[in-house]
Ligand binder design. Structure first.
Ligand SMILES: Cc1ncc(COP(=O)(O)O)c(C=O)c1O
Length: 392
């Protein structure tokens, strides 16, 4: 059978990261490639107890179809949580989604027009580029430095449908916008008349000081804020949410209805049972403490093992280091040698909407124990050094 694919199917590329992850499943590989949270942080017993409690107390409702907006007490909980971050929101502004990845798809379905620009950071989250691409935008890469979009960079994106921004411990760079840069971005967007889509799955994973409030707090009525339970509870729950203004919410809700009717009501009730009495206030600090040790181990390992000419900065939160090799180096070309040596990473180029930047790569520090991080970075340093030798 020769299937006649829809035009948009051409835009569905296999994820480079998933291809890399297949390589890393080989036994013996130290994988610094994954984007997964550490499984030993998942509160398995607590989820088991909550599941029994939900089934005992409201089993039949939990297993029935439910409303597309989400489980009302969970929407209330989310509204309260984002309000404490400075975003004025009530439960009616919250749409529970099947992971925050679905929120990105719904937003694109409603706002992205074929050929119209969507502004993205340089680089940005690959999964967002993949979610937006089938809706056929043209991507406008916003010039960024280590502090995020540079002042004035948004002047050129005046006709963009939206700016997709990860201001807090970005995937892939780990960078975090200062309060001043957040204000600048909000002001620039206001001037350009472009709405914001703020993706914030890592905001609670801070290791040094708490980050500045979300940019959405500075842009009431002109932003959609996207959050997730994946990095603070467990990604297998597939639970995220968006917070949208009342003039946009109904369309997003209709898109949600068409996509999957609703996110599992059973899972929503379980998660609400877990979080309702403040569990995360105790749990998230334990993740922070664990990830801080890992982050510090990777910072030391990079200093010890990477050859001169490599650059990185130490992230103040999140899960990733972003490394720049000397100009002319090609991270993707190094990957087979790295895997043969026993270590894997993700090449950076796919995170750029316009490609290029072949000398960049992303390293995750959360899943591998600190002593193994050191061994993995030592192997990586050896491979990079070997590749750079002929050019020295
Ligand atoms: C920046 C960013 N946004 C969204 C997601 C999707 O997360 P989930 O669908 O599990 O909430 C991820 C996952 O790694 C991510 O890094």
């Amino acid at each position: 059978m020769t299937w006649r694919m829809a035009h948009r199917a051409d835009r569905l590329d296999p994820s480079t990261i998933r291809e890399v992850l297949k390589l890393t499943e080989r036994p013996g590989i130290i994988s610094l490639a994954g984007g997964l949270p550490a499984a030993d942080t998942f509160p398995v017993e607590i989820v088991a107890e909550a599941t029994s409690a939900v089934l005992r107390a409201s089993g039949r409702q939990a297993l029935q179809y439910a409303t597309s907006e989400g489980f009302p007490p969970l929407r209330e909980w989310v509204a309260d949580r984002v309000s404490r971050k400075g975003i004025a929101a009530g439960p009616d502004d919250v749409l529970i989604t099947t992971g925050s990845q679905q929120a990105l798809d719904l937003i694109a379905k409603v706002l992205v027009e074929p050929g119209a620009p969507v502004a993205v950071e340089s680089p940005t989250y690959l999964g967002a580029l993949q979610a937006f691409s089938p809706y056929e935008p043209s991507f406008a890469e916003v010039a960024c430095d280590e502090g995020g979009p540079v002042p004035g960079a948004l002047q050129d994106v005046g006709d963009a449908r939206l700016l997709y921004l990860l201001p807090t411990y970005q995937n892939p760079t780990g960078r975090c916008l200062s309060a001043q840069r957040r204000q600048q971005v909000a002001a620039d967007l206001g001037e350009a008349g472009v709405p914001l889509v703020e993706d914030d799955p890592y905001g609670d994973l801070w290791y040094d000081v708490e980050p500045a409030p979300p940019v959405s707090a500075l842009m009431p009525g002109r932003s959609v804020y996207v959050g997730s339970f994946s990095k603070i509870l467990a990604p297998g729950l597939r639970l995220g949410y968006l917070v949208a203004p009342p003039d946009l919410y109904p369309k997003l809700l209709q898109a949600k209805q068409a996509a999957d009717l609703h996110t599992s009501g059973f899972t929503q009730r379980i998660v609400h049972e877990v979080v309702k009495d403040g569990f995360l206030d105790a749990h998230v600090p334990t993740i922070r403490a664990d990830y801080t040790r890992h982050r510090d181990a990777m910072a030391e390992a990079l200093t010890r093992h990477l050859p001169p000419g490599c650059r990185w900065s130490v992230p103040a939160g999140g899960m990733f280091f972003w490394v720049e090799l000397p100009p002319g180096a090609d991270a993707a070309a190094l990957l087979p040698a790295a895997v043969a040596a026993g270590v894997a990473f993700v090449p950076g180029s796919p995170f750029f909407a316009g490609g290029g930047h072949e000398n960049t790569l992303r390293l995750s520090f959360v899943t591998v124990p600190p002593d193994v991080i050191d061994a993995g970075v030592a192997l990586l340093g050896g491979v990079i050094d070997g590749a750079l030798q002929p050019t020295r």
